[in-house]
Design a protein around this ligand. Structure first.
Ligand code: FES
Ligand code: MG
Length: 578
């Protein structure tokens, strides 16, 4: 009874719909029609099969991507649904990018995956597509591709892992990965205990089960209307995810019949809904870059100020780690994204159309919050504002972000002296140096770690507390960078400073001992150095050497846009959007 039913066929007559893309391939009467039919039938498809809507399934299964390890099986359930609804499924691979292995950072490959996926969608005889994603950068890449290719599409995520369990405690990847390795380093647990923890934390298929980037992007796909309601939070191994896969397969055929496309669904209002859900969920800062990139593929600018405005009016409701207490398994049991959206309905555009064919209001009509410890009432939030604040000032004229719910109270307004690390390598070499001139009031600055500088803007904005302060019990300091942070990070971390240092952004001009002011309530980030002095430093600045002189890395460094522009490649934006 829980399985979402495909909507009734639309009123539109066949003759009013544009012809199927696949019909141009298989119905053609000349040489190429002959070749298309002949080669396709050789795979076992019948004449009847190739006359039905052809549904691509972008299967990002990879043994190099743990979060997608169960996709071979999950695809079978999608196919079952496609056949049931009268479509013909055709599965295909794309590049699959998983966080744990890829160096220097998966962010370097997000645009490559978006390009790969877009070209697969545009260049084949498919009428619609199911996008199987999960790990952090995969769903954004697929949504960017869907926005550009604009053929009917539904996202189906692989789902979060079950909670890790150890000694009666729920464990979360990778929020607890940091704790166990620190405890081991400090001698609190031994090798054997570490091995037990290693085996206990990730105990099933699925992506990270805290509200990190993967869970944030799965929730966003749902909030945007691009995934079936309730799909984001179902644990990967739960039988109900298989049922959701069948329903997704059925619904994509219906979407093709209705000719409902990503650009009909991902409107400006739908984007606002996705931002509202992200802010109420304590979602990852990475989502901001991805949402900007998706909006631009749709031909719209999405300024950082829109995120700040929505954050200010959206209460933080979802009690999930790293900002809260619970994990995706409890979110699922509490009703998942539809229950949260029902709570948020007064703040949402309820009339946005979604892949169900119905509106947001229709989709959440029967939803209910089943656990108030996990999803708080709108009137009794965990915090009155959303998680992410946008800072501006002479240190980040194009903006910087801070996850304000994760900042120690005494640092929300702070003035301190800069200690500058010139690159990620410089940071690694010096941060634990006992001679480092630093105290708990210092402001740690890491530069040349942005989209072009690093390159790929790695998740190293969680600059470690220097060892000499750690042993004195210091646990948080103001830290500023042009890098990103993991969705699971914690502390007074100012990230995404734009423009970045490697192209001469103001972060490049900071020197040790300069005074820096952070004021989150005023949304201010200021370098207290006179304009004349800054001009002198700017004139003396030379850009750092680029790391890549060939290949994809070179393309990336030459064409990537800044963080406030979504880190897409300039040539992937639609014409007219500068
Ligand atoms: Fe894939 Fe965390 S490693 S979501
Ligand atoms: Mg992550």
């Amino acid at each position: 009874a829980d399985e979402p039913e495909p909507q009734a066929p639309s009123e539109r007559k066949d003759s009013e719909r544009p012809p199927l893309r696949s019909a141009a391939y298989f119905g053609e009467q000349e040489l190429w029609g002959f070749i298309h039919r002949s080669f396709t039938k050789s795979m076992g498809y019948t004449e009847a099969d190739i006359r039905r809507p052809v549904i691509g399934i972008a299967n990002t299964f990879s043994e190099l991507n743990k979060c997608h390890s169960h996709f071979r099986e999950l695809t079978d359930y999608v196919k079952r649904g496609v056949w049931q609804a009268g479509g013909t499924p055709m599965e295909f691979p794309t590049i699959s990018i998983g966080e744990p292995y890829i160096k220097p950072t998966t962010m370097l490959l997000r645009n490559l995956m978006a390009m790969d996926t877009e070209e697969m969608l545009s260049g084949h005889p498919i009428d619609g597509v199911v996008l199987l994603g999960g790990c952090d950068k995969t769903v954004p890449a697929q949504l960017m591709a869907a926005a550009s290719a604009n053929i009917p599409a539904i996202v189906l995520t692989g789902g979060p892992m079950l909670n890790g369990r150890l000694g009666g405690r729920a464990l979360g990847a990778c929020t607890d990965c940091y704790g166990f390795t620190l405890d081991h380093k400090a001698g609190v647990i031994d090798d054997a205990q570490l091995a037990v923890a290693e085996n206990a934390i990730c105990r099933s298929d699925g992506h990270c089960m805290v509200m990190g980037t993967a869970s944030t992007m799965a929730s966003i796909a749902e909030a945007l209307g691009m995934a079936l309601p309730g799909s984001a939070a179902i644990p990967a191994p739960d039988s109900r995810r298989r049922h959701m896969a069948v329903a997704t397969g059925r619904q994509i055929v219906e979407l093709v019949r209705r000719d409902l496309r990503p650009r009909d669904i991902m409107t400006e209002e739908a984007m606002a809904n996705a931002i509202t859900v992200t802010m109420a969920s304590g979602g990852s800062t990475n989502a901001i870059i991805h949402l900007i990139a998706i909006a631009q593929r749709l031909g719209r600018r999405l300024p950082l100020d829109t995120f700040d405005a929505i954050s200010r009016r959206t209460p933080f409701l979802l009690n999930l780690r790293p900002s809260g207490e619970y994990q995706m398994e409890e979110y699922f049991e509490a009703g998942g994204v539809p229950a949260l959206m029902k709570e948020l309905l007064p703040l949402l555009h309820a009339d946005c159309v979604t892949v169900t064919g119905g509106t947001v209001a229709d989709n959440v009509a029967s939803a209910a919050v089943l656990d108030r410890k996990v999803i708080r009432p709108l009137a009794e939030p965990l915090e009155p504002e959303g998680g992410i604040a946008v800072l501006r000032g002479n240190l980040a004229p194009d903006g910087a972000l801070i996850k304000q719910t994760a900042v120690s109270p005494q640092l929300k307004r702070h003035v301190g002296r800069a200690l500058v690390f010139d690159s990620p390598a410089d940071l690694q070499a010096r941060i634990d140096d006992p001679e480092l001139e630093v105290d708990e009031h210092s402001v740690l600055v890491l530069r040349n770690a942005g989209p072009i500088g690093a390159p790929g803007m790695p998740e190293i904005g969680q600059i470690p507390i220097p060892k000499k302060l750690l042993v004195r019990g210091v646990r948080d300091m103001v830290r500023i960078s042009d890098a990103r942070i993991s969705g699971t990070s914690y502390g007074a971390l100012v990230v995404h400073a734009a423009p970045e240092a490697a192209i001469g952004g103001p972060l490049a001009l900071v020197r040790d001992g300069d005074e820096i002011e952070l004021d989150i309530a005023a949304r201010r980030l200021e370098l207290r150095v006179g304009e004349d002095e800054l001009a002198r430093r700017r004139a003396a600045w030379t850009p750092p050497p680029r790391q890549y002189d060939r290949g994809y890395g070179r393309l990336f460094q030459e064409r990537v846009l800044q963080a406030d522009r979504g880190c897409d490649f300039d040539f992937l934006l639609p014409p007219g959007l500068d």
